[in-house]
Design a protein around this ligand. Structure first.
Ligand code: ZN
Ligand code: ZN
Length: 221
C-alpha cells in the first residue's frame, strides 16, 4: 500500500518499501519468501518492470531486513547498497554476536529458503546520497545502521533505529553498540521531518519532530 506519496510499504515481520518517483528503489527486503509479493506488486500495481529497480538499499544487515535480498537482487539485477560497517555480514564473512536463540533460527531459515550471501555493490558512508535521500550513519542497533532522509518530502527512513509504539517513539530492543546509540539519534534532531518510516510497525505521520524530541529527552534520563 502507498504509505505516503510515492512510497509503498510491505509489512510483515519487518517492513520493506518501494520508493517510486523519478527513480525506483527498494528499502529493505523483509524475511525470506518476500520477493514474490514485492515483484508482483511492482508488475501489477505499479505497472513497472522489476528490472526498473536499480538499487536496493538495506538499513542494516539483520536477517529480517535482508532475508529476501539475494532473490530480489537476482530478479531485478539491482545494485545492493549497505553501510560499509554492515557489508561483511550480508556477504557471510561475519556473524553477529546476537542472542543464542536467533543464530540457529537464522541458520535454519537460510537452509530452508536456500538463501545466499550477497556481496554489496555500493558501500555507503555518512553523507552519501541515494536518489533524493541522504545517508545518515546511526550506529547502535548495529555498527552499520543507517537512516535515509529526503529534505524535499521530509521523509525519514529509520530501519530499526526507532520504533513507534502507542503513538510514541521507542528505541530498539537490541543494541549491539549501546554506547553509540544516543549520539546517533541526536544526528536526527535538527531534521525537518513529516513522516518517519520504521523497520517494524507503523509509520509516524504526525508531530514527528516533537515525538523525536521527547524520545531524546527520555534517553537523557
Ligand atoms: Zn535489526
Ligand atoms: Zn528488524
Amino acid at each position: 500500500m502507498e504509505v505516503t506519496k510515492g512510497i509503498h510499504q510491505f509489512s510483515g515481520v519487518s517492513n520493506s518499501y518501494i520508493i517510486f518517483n523519478n527513480e525506483i528503489f527498494l528499502v529493505d527486503t523483509g524475511m525470506p519468501g518476500k520477493s514474490g509479493e514485492i515483484i508482483d506488486y511492482i508488475k501489477n500495481e505499479l505497472k513497472r518492470d522489476p528490472q526498473d529497480i536499480k538499487t536496493i538499499v538495506v538499513t542494516h544487515h539483520h536477517f529480517d531486513h535482508t532475508g529476501s535480498l539475494d532473490k530480489l537482487k537476482e530478479i531485478t539485477g539491482a545494485k545492493v547498497a549497505i553501510h560499509s560497517a554492515d557489508a561483511d555480514y550480508i556477504a557471510g564473512e561475519k556473524t553477529q554476536n546476537g542472542s543464542l536463540f536467533m543464530i540457529p533460527v537464522v541458520m535454519f531459515m537460510k537452509i530452508i529458503y536456500r538463501s545466499r550471501s550477497v556481496k554489496a555493490d555500493i558501500l555507503l558512508e555518512d553523507g552519501d546520497e541515494i536518489g533524493d535521500y541522504r545517508v545518515i550513519h546511526t550506529p547502535g542497533h548495529t555498527s552499520g545502521s543507517i537512516c535515509l532522509y529526503n529534505p524535499n518530502n521530509k521523509v525519514l527512513f529509520v530501519g530499526d533505529n526507532l520504533m513507534c509504539s502507542q503513538n510514541k517513539i521507542e528505541g530498539p530492543r537490541v543494541l549491539h553498540e549501546p554506547e553509540l546509540f544516543k549520539k546517533s539519534i541526536e544526528k536526527l534532531k535538527n531534521l525537518n521531518i513529516d513522516v518517519i518510516l520504521t523497520g517494524h510497525g507503523q509509520a509516524i505521520t504526525s508531530d514527528a519532530n516533537n515525538k523525536l524530541e521527547t524520545f531524546l529527552t527520555e534517553l537523557d534520563n
